[in-house]
Design a protein around this ligand. Structure first.
Ligand SMILES: Cc1ncc(C[n+]2csc(CCOP(=O)(O)OP(=O)(O)O)c2C)c(N)n1
Ligand SMILES: [Mg+2]
Length: 399
């Protein structure tokens, strides 16, 4: 069941009467409880304009053909990188991979809405946002290969390290945004999280704090309708974007497979944050066609029909249809992009395979700046354990 169908559930009939009561007036038609969805590009790739979405549409009204091709290129390369990483995991080169398949528009649209001086707090799946921030994709793979604890300097691209503890990065983002405001800077902060994360206390706390301190933070929820095997109906009784109202800031549901709409809505939210108007919640309604991670088998809990229905809303195909129908891209653009994709896949494969194993003792170096007696003890125990193997390197050579 989707959030829409949850929201559409009829209220329980009151025991004191109802439509069966003799002489009762015919009930007025119920106001639709279907959530509003900001969509600028239909699944068939047609531009739509309406008075309801005009406020957001203004942010992409003068987008050029070149910029549209750029969004398409970003999505295609991100998908190619993601597919390569999945293959590398299957070949034993990575321990795990968290695919974003199907979420390219949500990530590229929002990532491209950020300014260089904005700061991004991702989950563990924002490979498309990392791409937009200029983080080399190969840097995302070290942690999944188990050779480092992160893989990039967050301050080089204002892109924080991946965060596995669900929802915790929303608190980091809120604190950071409060700091931005105190510094008098006009940049904004964006925190990514999932539908499942919306149930975490950390997310509720960050909504409260950011609202009362008017922090310049945008909460970007990618609602793929599942938290591993838990459907959204187990997380919420209302569409997630409506939660914002209770905290005192706006919430918007956007078609998460429509890169144009996501770009527009995120620009809108970041701009009002920069202008001192406080936080906003964006719910990008989407679907991840791939598994939760390479350790998961979604066929155990999701129906094939659901996946097929969402394949028809593929974010890449819909932008391609629009580019083609408007004559914004020709065959050579698409074939050059194919070549670029293959080259990216090859480079990723080569870099990952060449990643050196870490120094085994390095794990003891990153917890305390000035060392710690307990860590010293553990280090000595581990060195002795390693040395106990027959083929152990000589003392001092423990690698
Ligand atoms: C605090 C915490 N609890 C549980 C987990 C295990 N866990 C990893 S991913 C996940 C589901 C997250 O779902 P959602 O927020 O919807 O994100 P998605 O993976 O669907 O993008 C869970 C429960 C965790 N990493 N951290
Ligand atoms: Mg989810």
């Amino acid at each position: 069941m989707t959030v829409e169908s949850t929201a559409a559930r009829k209220p329980r009939r009151s025991s004191t009467g109802g439509s069966k009561r003799a002489g009762a007036k015919k009930a007025a038609p119920q106001k639709s409880t279907e959530p509003e969805l900001v969509q600028l590009l239909t699944p068939e790739g047609k531009r739509v304009k309406s008075a309801k979405t005009a406020e957001y549409e203004a942010y992409v009204a003068d987008i050029t053909a070149e910029e549209l091709r750029g969004l398409y290129r970003d999505m295609v390369l991100t998908r190619r990188f993601d597919a390569e990483a999945t293959a590398l995991q299957r070949q034993g080169e990575l321990g795990l991979w968290a695919s974003l398949l199907g979420q390219e528009a949500a990530q590229i649209g929002s990532g491209r809405a950020t300014r260089d001086d904005d700061y991004v707090f991702p989950t563990y799946r924002e490979h498309g946002v990392a791409w937009c921030r200029g983080v080399d994709p190969t840097n995302l793979l070290g942690m999944f290969r188990g050779v480092n604890n992160g893989g990039w300097d967050p301050n080089s691209n204002n892109f924080h390290l991946y965060t596995i503890v669900i929802g915790s990065q929303t608190l980091h983002a809120t604190g950071y945004a409060m700091g931005v405001a105190k510094d008098g800077a006009d940049s904004a902060v964006i925190a990514y999280f999932g539908d499942g994360a919306s149930s975490q206390g950390d997310v509720a706390e960050s909504f409260t704090f950011s609202a009362v301190y008017n922090a310049p933070v945008v909460f970007f929820c990618q609602n793929n309708q599942w938290a591993i095997s838990e459907p959204t109906e187990k997380q919420t009784r209302v569409p997630l974007y409506q939660r914002a109202q209770g905290y005192g800031f706006p919430g918007v549901r956007v078609d998460g497979n429509d890169v144009l709409a996501v770009l527009a809505v995120t620009k809108w939210a970041l701009e009002r944050a920069r202008d001192g108007e406080g936080p906003a919640l964006i719910e990008a309604f989407t679907y991840r066609m791939g598994a939760h991670t390479t350790s998961d088998d979604p066929s155990k809990y999701r129906s094939d029909d659901e996946r097929v229905a969402w394949e028809a809303k593929d974010p890449i195909l819909r932008l391609r249809a629009y580019l083609e129908s408007e004559g914004h891209a020709n065959e050579s653009f698409f074939s050059e992009l194919d070549d670029e994709s293959e080259a990216l896949g090859k480079r990723v494969r080569e870099v990952v395979r060449a990643m050196p194993d870490p120094d085994l003792m390095a794990i003891f170096e990153n917890a305390y700046a000035d060392g710690h007696a307990l860590v010293d003890e553990e280090r000595a125990q581990f060195a002795a354990y390693q040395a106990s193997f027959a083929d152990a390197p000589a003392a001092g050579e423990v690698k």
